[in-house]
Design a binder for this molecule. Structure first.
Ligand SMILES: Nc1nc2c(c(=O)[nH]1)N[C@H]1C(S)=C(S)[C@@H](COP(=O)(O)O)O[C@H]1N2
Ligand SMILES: [Mo]
Length: 515
């Protein structure tokens, strides 16, 4: 029962902070601050494991894991408080201090944002005390400290009534905490008008529209991923537990560092600029062989080379460190942002303002590089610097400082472990080697000869290219292997590599049973 009291008190801490936090713009409440801090300290192997295991559900998995951890700690604190109240109080205050430390060290969060967590912790202490009093009165626990039981709060007739009273109080408090937490989330969301502002935002048409998409980019095989990924299906990977909410009027990009001329850009400057539109396939470095952490969209934005031309990088600079409002950063080679590829400060995705979770109002999109070294969402700062002087978020956590995308072919149909009828089986998928392009995709059944798949039309070298293959399937278990050749003539390596530190490699092999 003491453990249960601890859990209920912990729920009160989180819920009260969530409710009060709804009135703070950063909404850096305990669960989100703890989770974000945990993410920042996640060893690279664990991040890799989490993404490989849970994919884009990694955040839900983190919340479940955190919930269980907090519950266990709360059980322990509950029992400690029951045995020695003063020690319990110390424990709760310590946890409160940890929470506050996590909150105030988040990027863009001020000391005042500690208020919800402090009030939450105090409310948790009060509830813990209220629940302990009837427990201390229980005679069934001989070790119950006699002195604490007699401190004047209205006491207990019999063990039966105190137990009933305890469980009622615990239950009612738990339900109230649930309502407060949910209410806090909803209230916070309702108070934010960023989503509404996004809905109302009208994007200008590009001065340079995207090259028209040729017909035949889509693989004819049913079930192959759509060539253009709808925003709602676009993979999402980031360290942001709660999506940053930025008002376009508050947004400003500062370009500084090793430059002749510091540049500041407002959102209006972007709207007024000569924007371009371009199809680019984004890929995540954490994508395992055969994985789906890649998506293709039409981006609208301002070429970064034009911004850099105004800032005039100094000699010796070789990197641009882009930083988001929530403290993520990426190191992108300066020359990649200056060459003629369409690296941009993007404000539009598939004809709409960027969705909040994809970086609203402004993100970077850089063809040819994995997202962790280039695709900074909610970007607010570009520092022209040197690789020797600065390290980006994931580089500090064991990942590479550079991340050109590796050539990769993927089978979408049939799925792994599918059962298919014998005869003609349609095999299809996609392949990418951004900036080099895909010139060949080959299929190998079991250990047979490599056979060329039919390539769909190429839209550009920075978008993925789909393919199809007709397989004459004989009954039994079979392996379908796939590999691509890029525009430089290089065949995708069969050397298996894990995503850490600079991207997975190897050939995908799909097991199917032909009936
Ligand atoms: N602010 C911010 N930007 C970020 C990240 C992040 O964690 N925070 N993750 C990067 C990574 S690892 C990838 S793969 C891409 C994913 O972009 P998407 O979520 O729009 O697909 O965003 C990049 N930009
Ligand atoms: Mo990524």
């Amino acid at each position: 029962m003491a453990a249960l009291a601890g859990v209920v008190a912990a729920a009160v801490v989180l819920a009260v902070a969530e409710l009060i936090g709804a009135f703070f713009t950063t909404r850096a409440t305990p669960l989100f601050a703890l989770g974000s801090t945990f993410i920042d300290f996640t060893p690279p192997g664990l991040k890799d494991f989490a993404i490989a295991t849970f994919g884009t559900n990694d955040k839900a998995a983190l919340f479940v894991g955190m919930g269980l951890t907090i519950a266990v700690l709360a059980c322990v604190l509950g029992v400690v408080a029951y045995r020695k109240w003063a020690l319990g109080v110390l424990g709760v205050l310590f946890m409160g201090a940890v929470i506050v430390a996590c909150v105030v060290t988040r990027a863009g969060v001020g000391p005042a944002d500690a208020i919800p967590s402090i009030l939450g912790t105090l409310a948790g202490l009060v509830v813990l005390r209220r629940l302990m009093v009837p427990l201390w009165g229980l005679k069934a626990w001989p070790e119950a400290p006699a002195d604490t039981a007699a401190d004047g709060e209205d006491m207990v007739g019999s063990d039966g009534t105190s137990r009933r009273r305890f469980f009622t109080a615990a239950g009612v408090t738990a339900v109230a905490a649930g309502v407060a937490a949910t209410g806090g989330r909803l209230l916070g969301a309702a108070r934010s008008n960023v989503a509404k502002a996004r809905e109302a935002l009208r994007l200008p048409s590009p001065a340079q529209p995207a090259a028209p998409v040729p017909s035949g980019v889509q693989s004819p095989v049913a079930g192959v991923t759509p060539w253009l990924t709808p925003n709602s299906e676009f993979y999402r990977i980031d360290t942001a537990l709660s999506v940053p909410e930025i008002n376009v009027d508050d947004w400003e990009l500062r370009v500084h560092g090793l430059v002749e001329q510091e540049v500041r850009l407002t959102f209006q400057d972007l709207l007024d600029a000569r924007l371009i539109e371009s199809h680019v396939t984004l890929t995540c470095v954490s994508n395992p062989v055969g994985g789906n952490l890649a998506g293709n969209a039409k981006w609208l934005g301002l070429p970064i080379r034009e911004v850099l031309a105004r800032a005039k990088p100094k000699d010796g600079a070789d990197m641009v460190l882009s930083t988001s409002i929530d403290g993520f950063s990426a190191s992108t080679p300066l020359e990649v942002l200056q060459d003629d590829r369409d690296a941009m400060l993007a404000i539009g995705m598939n004809g709409e303002p960027l969705p909040l979770e994809h970086g609203y109002p402004v993100r970077m999109v850089v063809p040819g590089l994995y997202g962790f070294v280039s695709a900074t969402k909610w970007v607010v700062d570009l520092e022209v610097t040197r690789f020797a002087d600065n390290k980006a978020y994931w580089t500090n956590r064991g990942w590479s400082e550079r991340g050109p995308i590796k050539t990769m072919a993927r089978v979408d149909v049939p799925k792994s472990f599918a059962k298919v009828p014998a005869g003609k089986v349609a095999v299809g998928g996609t392949a990418w080697a951004q900036t080099r392009g895909i010139t060949k995709v080959e299929i190998q059944i079991d250990n047979g000869e490599w056979a060329e798949a039919t390539l769909s039309t190429e839209a550009s070298t920075v978008t993925w290219r789909q393919w199809s293959y007709e397989w004459d399937a004989t009954p039994g278990p079979h392996y379908i292997k796939v590999r691509a050749t890029d525009g430089t003539g290089e065949v995708q390596t069969d050397q298996r590599a894990d995503p850490v530190p600079d991207g997975a490699s190897g050939w995908q092999s799909v097991m199917v049973t032909v009936q």
